[in-house]
Ligand binder design. Structure first.
Ligand code: G6P
Length: 363
């Protein structure tokens, strides 16, 4: 097993560091080099032209990637929702022939997600699986499959597969929007250049990260909060999930604007707040972070170097300037590192957290 980890102490750290390569693999060949459109060559032109609405179903980290994809579609004007697969059997929204149901599952074997997929198939939806595992049950049972090509992930806590899922869903969202409108969204050029730069940018971020120092500085805290708005919201949820999975410390993710509607009661000098800035109404997120800071909480801003939040926050984790559709995914890599180093300081069994399994095949 040690051999498989190479130079790293844990598979999780190895897999975090594999992201420049796994992201390049996810993107490769899927953008049309001739006219710069997102061809997503896995599908014929116009495949999604009849789609009325898109429902994503998933669990755990995959649910956060699904939410990321769903919000991207909503922001492009396409009706979409992300649902926890284990809630789908009791409260699935209406489905018809023009509903696209996308099951997002790293393993392709999660029982809850398979159940939701089977229900969607039975009700006549067009179904698609986004997965890492070719030949998995979900890939076989859906009408179509889209592979994220992240390579094997051994650490129970999903890292590189989240990033690849979210990138794939960003490409899919663009392609659906393109098919529905007959033209790509106007900001496509910025997205394409950000996608192109992403593997290199993540590589630099991994080399220069202050995450280990931040983890050390806040190691004695009582709870860890993560806030984000727009596409920063699923990243806040994922940052908190990763943190609790491997450190066993209490962590919660909130929509920035929700902090004042309840969670602010929990905020003290012992509850650091990681604030994720994606370029979507950042001034409001900064105000929300300052509300926590006024109550004594240290704020760690996850944003570019010249962002106004840097001057106000107590600490800073840097991400590059990039397209708002992808900024949160860069922030997420910093948060993966914070969780990893915090768990390492606590001497947790990082690759195999207690009570958790890589793939849950029971309901
Ligand atoms: C388990 C794992 C999580 C994972 C979830 C969904 O709970 O511990 O890390 O996100 O299953 O798995 P899937 O294979 O469907 O993405």
């Amino acid at each position: 097993e040690q051999a498989g980890k190479g130079e790293y102490d844990h598979f999780m750290l190895k897999e975090i560091n594999e992201q420049p390569v796994s992201l390049a693999q996810a993107i490769e060949g899927r953008i049309d080099p001739i006219n710069g459109r997102i061809a997503l060559s896995d599908f014929e032109p116009g495949s999604f032209a009849d789609v009325d609405s898109v429902q994503f179903v998933a669990c755990g980290t995959s649910y956060h990637a699904a939410l990321y994809g769903s919000l991207t579609l909503n922001q492009a004007g396409v009706q979409s929702t992300a649902l926890l697969a284990n809630e789908y059997s009791v409260s699935a929204p209406p489905i018809d022939d023009d509903t696209l149901v996308v099951a997002v599952t790293q393993s392709g074997e999660t029982a809850d997600t398979l159940n939701a997929l089977r229900r969607a198939n039975a009700e006549g939806a067009h179904t698609l699986t986004v997965t890492n595992v070719v030949g998995s049950t979900a890939a076989r049972e859906a009408d179509d499959a889209l592979f994220i090509r992240a390579g094997p992930e051994i650490g129970v806590a999903a890292t590189k597969t989240f990033s690849s899922q979210a990138v794939m869903l960003t490409l899919l969202a663009q392609r659906i929007t393109d098919d529905l409108r007959g033209e790509p969204p106007t900001d496509l050029e910025s997205l394409l250049s950000a996608l192109d730069a992403m593997p290199g940018a993540i590589d630099n971020l991994l080399d220069d990260s202050d995450a280990a120092e931040i983890a050390r500085r806040y190691r004695d805290s009582e709870s860890y909060f993560f806030i984000g708005r727009g596409l920063g919201y699923p990243v806040a949820l994922e940052g908190a999930l990763k943190f609790k999975e491997i450190t066993y410390e209490h962590a919660e993710g909130f929509a920035s604007g929700e902090l004042k509607h309840g969670p602010l009661a929990l905020v003290t000098p012992d509850t650091p707040v990681f604030a994720i800035f994606t370029g979507q109404e950042d001034e409001k997120t900064l105000k929300n972070a300052e509300e926590a800071q006024t109550r004594g909480a240290p704020v760690i801003a996850v944003c570019p170097e010249d962002h106004p939040a840097v001057a106000i926050a107590d600490d800073h984790l840097e991400i590059p300037e990039t397209d708002p559709d992808l900024a949160g995914l860069h922030a997420n890599v910093q948060l993966q590192l914070v969780s990893y180093y915090a768990a390492d300081l606590l001497d947790r069994p990082i690759d195999k957290p207690r009570n958790l399994a890589k793939s849950v095949t029971v309901e």
